[in-house]
Design a protein around this ligand. Structure first.
Ligand SMILES: Nc1ncnc2c1ncn2[C@@H]1O[C@H](COP(=O)(O)OP(=O)(O)OP(=O)(O)O)[C@@H](O)[C@H]1O
Length: 499
């Protein structure tokens, strides 16, 4: 027994906390088979404010404390809670628990109704306030990934940790291929306290986790992309062109196909493109692709990614790995933001084209869902951006393509796109404008959850999704602990010989 219902209405039930108990913000309580979540706490007293002030004055100013008889009866903590789920009906609550009903804390058995879905994607364990219940939370990865995920939080609340936990559970599943553009090179392999961590440590990583880098360790793949694979629409995502320049780009591509960049730098004239326009485009393309021309008029690479002769199959290979349900991590840590966007856009354009074709041919059902992890999502999903990622957010689900958008600034993503990101794994956020943007586009009514979200600690989250019956509070595990656990389980038992 932790309290008793003393009033309120459907949206907010008032509970008197039992003396000696400590109910927390976000805690899950049960009354009358209805699951309630604490949304606010305040002081309550049976005495008038003036009396309380007088008594406090006596005590503070040294006149001795006035004894309150039955103090625990007169003063109490008033808990505000919202009904979240009918445990009996296994659905949304439509009625109030009985007036004056005694409440208890929720326990693991209350969540027996949560089933492990066909294509499980592990997120964490149910959290009641700051207490963790031993109930794993899985979502159906296939559905959730095609309908996009948003991970909003301020810095340091555990966004990357969460993505690592999600990817870890997907390594040995072939229903999903995930592309990760890893700007901090923190997903594949890293050292902590002398031990190796990262997705590479997964017992089934071999063949299921593919790593590309411009500085690949021995045995890993080099990230090299041939300029023949670049298309005008890829460049549009990172370079601003005037309408005349854009027309010129398409004319080059129409005339010379794969060889258009090479020909752009040749002396071959093209009808409809002036010399000045051509020179400006040449300059922009040189900067974007880190290529240049030597004194003999030959193109050469200045950077490490775009190549004149190598890397013709890189984009195709990556797409094929994704189509096979693998996780592809591309280390973009030493690249500019523009190059990172360009590469991801090239890959996702190819994925989109392939999956569109599969849909037309009736082959899509046999293909895994493909999702792309985008950090600092407003770079490509922000207001006024016209990118492949916006297209995926709007139409991707028809083609089994999704995005996992990570951001500190949900408020600058257009509402229409935010509403399309149908699962939100909300981590802590102290900025009220950001909380508002997330709350107003969530799958469940989170209008009372503002304080709760503000108070979320590292790894604490709320999962609001069209695929969950209510907004589930979870505790995400520390990724390194998952890895350590897997290592322990993998270790063969040592045999003891006696005698
Ligand atoms: N669930 C968790 N449990 C315990 N510690 C965690 C958890 N999640 C993250 N941390 C710790 O918090 C720190 C920040 O985590 P992480 O890098 O994932 O945050 P972030 O939101 O991605 O930060 P940034 O925006 O700076 O990239 C790390 O030291 C990490 O180990």
């Amino acid at each position: 027994m932790v309290g008793q219902i003393i009033g309120g209405n459907y949206g907010e039930i008032l509970i008197r906390q039992k003396n000696g108990e400590r109910i927390e913000l976000g805690e899950l309580l049960v009354a009358d088979d209805i699951l309630l979540q604490v949304v606010d706490l305040e002081y309550g007293s049976l005495m008038e404010n003036r009396d309380l002030a007088r008594m406090s004055g006596m005590q503070l100013e040294g006149y001795g404390a006035t004894e309150i008889h039955e103090k625990e009866v007169r003063n109490f903590i008033l808990v505000r809670a919202k009904p979240v789920f009918d445990l009996n009906k296994k659905g949304i609550t439509k009625h109030l628990p009985e007036f004056f009903k005694i409440l208890r804390r929720a326990n693991a058995q209350d969540f027996d109704f949560l089933e492990k879905p066909e294509n499980p994607m592990y997120l964490g364990k149910i959290r009641s306030g700051s207490k963790v219940l031993d109930v794993p939370v899985y979502l159906d990865g296939k559905k959730v990934l095609t309908h996009h995920i948003l991970i909003p939080a301020t810095t340091g609340r555990g966004k990357s940790n969460l993505v690592k936990v999600i990817l870890w559970s997907l390594v040995n599943k072939d229903y999903a291929g995930i592309l990760v553009l890893d700007a901090h090179n923190e997903y594949y392999s890293y050292k902590l306290n002398g031990k190796n961590y990262g997705l590479k440590e997964h017992p089934e990583a071999k063949g299921n986790v593919i790593y590309y880098s411009i500085n690949p360790p021995l045995g890993e793949r080099a990230l090299k992309i041939n300029i023949k694979l670049v298309r005008p629409w890829h460049l549009r995502e990172i370079i601003e062109f005037t309408p005349a320049q854009e027309d010129a780009l398409y004319l080059f591509y129409k005339e010379w196909g794969d060889e258009w960049i090479k020909m752009l730098f040749s002396n071959e004239p093209i009808k409809g493109v002036g010399e000045t326009t051509r020179a400006v485009i040449q300059r922009k393309v040189k900067v974007a692709l880190e290529i240049d021309m030597n004194d003999y008029g030959e193109l050469y690479e200045r950077g490490k990614i775009f190549s004149i002769n190598e890397g013709e199959s890189t984009i195709k290979d990556i797409c094929t790995y994704l189509e096979e349900g693998k996780i592809v991590i591309v280390d973009t840590s030493s690249l500019s933001q523009n190059l990172e966007i360009l590469i991801s856009s090239m890959i996702m354009n190819e994925v989109f084209a392939r999956y569109k074709r599969y849909k037309e041919n009736g082959e899509l059902d046999n293909k895994p869902v493909i999702s792309v992890v985008i950090e600092e999502a407003p770079r490509v999903l922000g207001e006024g951006k016209s990118t492949i990622f916006g297209t995926i957010a709007r139409e991707g689900r028809k083609f089994k393509i999704g995005i996992i958008a990570i951001t500190q600034l949900s408020s600058v993503i257009p509402r229409e796109i935010l509403a399309n990101l149908n699962t939100k794994i909300i981590l802590g956020n102290e900025m009220s404008s950001e909380r508002k943007a997330v709350i107003s586009s969530a799958a469940q009514d989170l209008s009372k959850d503002d304080k709760m979200i503000a108070s979320l600690d590292k790894g604490e989250a709320i999962v609001s999704s069209i695929f969950t019956k209510f907004a589930i509070p979870i505790q995400i595990e520390r990724f390194e602990e998952l890895v350590d656990k897997a290592r322990k389980e993998k270790k063969p038992k040592t045999l003891k010989f006696f005698g």
